[in-house]
Design a binder for this molecule. Sequence first.
Ligand code: ZN
Length: 183
Amino acid sequence: MTREFFADRLDVKAFAQARGQLSGHDSLLKYKRLAQVAPKLRPELYVDWHAAGEVRDRLGASAQIWLRLQAQAQCPAVCQRCMQPMDVPLKVDRWFRFVADEAAAEAQDDESEEDLLVLSREFALNELVEDELLLDMPLVPRHERCPVAVKMSAGEEEIAQEPGRSGNPFAALADFKPHGHKK
Ligand SMILES: [Zn+2]
């Protein structure tokens, strides 16, 4: 008999021992924290996620419980360069190792490259999906290529100018000086 697993209360150890797999195709509207960050969520936007559990036996030590989470979604945002709406592609692919308790997580955190989580019989996998999507959100979303010509303000133009292209930032200004000022 195959055991049923639930994304909102996952028995992580049993899931790993069974080499369990869970996946979901959820409307992003279901993710309340994400909806706060991205108020323009549309009902047709979905996240596809997949989780797989695994027990790794180790020689002379206790077995480790691992979970791999993969997720992808498109999340609406406003491009900070052209200020047009855009969909930011989010992509998650991470391994997590589960430890017995908070103390073990703290003790091992420094020496572990992987992310540590505390083992639970009712682990909120759906919260982890949301956490990871939020972490993948860019702080300053921008098109790779903006669909419209970007009008930059004077301040941004100075920043955008490559250093060294004109050694003196005022050289360009000099060209605009009315000729009447020349002696
Ligand atoms: Zn843009």
